[in-house]
Design a protein around this ligand. Structure first.
Ligand code: CP
Length: 302
């Protein structure tokens, strides 16, 4: 079993993972030796803070071991991906990979003899969304019937949030005036619409009205953030997206939880006072990456 996208997991499996994460958070000592003797290869083509830390620290805290593998300093950079991953999977009990292309992740899953976990690609970010749903359940005491407004670019996080919410019984409205074409998955959107829990709108005031959670994300994917070739597109996005910034003017006296998967760009997708405000659960959400990574590891490696 792999975790490439939440589309492949049933509602029951998603809900189990959320409950398991909450139990691990509450009783970490019960899991101290759960992965004793197990090893995880962590392959990164892109930068990361939370994904690397959550899986590496998660393995250590459960008695296992994680090996960080930078794409550029391993022979992944110069050899056939299938051969390298087949070889890597002979050493470890699981592979977690952050790659530029979902197609590479699928090749890795085919070649690997052990479970492969998606640590974020251009289409999906399933591990992030498990942590997000854990945070919602922890803070609200339930998931069924909650309403989430995602305001931002339609990207990989947006895709996985749509799937995760609809599988967990959460209503979601997306306000996404800009679509990241590389991320778009029409089948995912159509399947979500069919659940009756998902809608799209460009009326941001109406979307955030009465919702339980307001969620945003970066307007520019990490691999393009410092890329001078992307500068024009970045300027275009900032212009199009600034009217959709999460700020006090938009939210008024709303008591919705404020969520962001990080890294944050204050003054762009979200105003500084929203990050620091009483309703912000951004740093709890970030910490929950650790507990939910442990739940994913337990499910797939044990
Ligand atoms: N949210 C998230 O995946 O964080 P990193 O990119 O730092 O891993």
């Amino acid at each position: 079993m792999h975790l490439l996208t939440l589309k492949d997991w049933s509602s029951e499996e998603v809900r189990e993972l959320i409950d398991s994460s909450l139990d691990i958070k509450k009783n970490p000592e019960d899991y101290e030796f759960s992965l004793e003797g197990k090893s995880l290869a962590m392959i990164f083509q892109k930068t990361s803070t939370r994904t690397r830390l959550s899986f590496e620290v998660g393995m250590t805290q459960m008695g296992g071991h994680a090996v960080y593998m930078d794409w550029m300093t391993t022979n992944l950079v110069l050899s056939d991906l299938r051969d390298e991953v087949r070889s890597i999977s002979g050493y470890v009990d699981g592979v977690m990979a952050r790659v530029l292309k979902n197609s590479d992740l699928r090749i890795m899953a085919e070649a690997s003899s052990v479970p492969v976990i998606n640590g974020c690609d251009e289409k999906y970010h399933p591990c992030q969304i498990i942590a997000d749903l854990v945070t919602m359940k922890e803070k609200k005491g339930r998931l069924d019937g909650l309403k989430v407004a995602y305001v931002g670019v339609h990207n990989n996080v947006c895709n996985s949030l749509i799937v995760g919410c609809t599988k967990a019984g959460v209503r979601i409205v997306t306000v996404t005036p800009v679509v990241n074409e590389a991320s778009f998955d029409e089948g995912l959107v159509e399947a979500a619409k069919a659940t009756g829990l998902y809608e799209h709108s460009l009326d941001v005031e109406a979307a955030v009205e009465g919702c339980d959670v307001v969620y945003t994300d970066t307007w520019v994917d990490m691999e393009f953030f410092l890329d001078s070739k992307f500068e024009k597109e970045k300027e275009k996005r900032v212009k199009a997206m600034l009217p959709f910034q999460i700020n006090r003017k938009l939210l008024g006296d709303s008591d919705a939880l404020i969520m962001h998967d990080m890294p944050i760009h204050r003054g762009y997708e979200i105003a500084d006072d929203m990050v620091e405000g009483a309703n912000s659960v951004i740093f709890v959400q970030s910490e929950n990456r650790l507990h939910s990574a442990k739940a994913v590891l337990l499910k797939l490696l044990r």
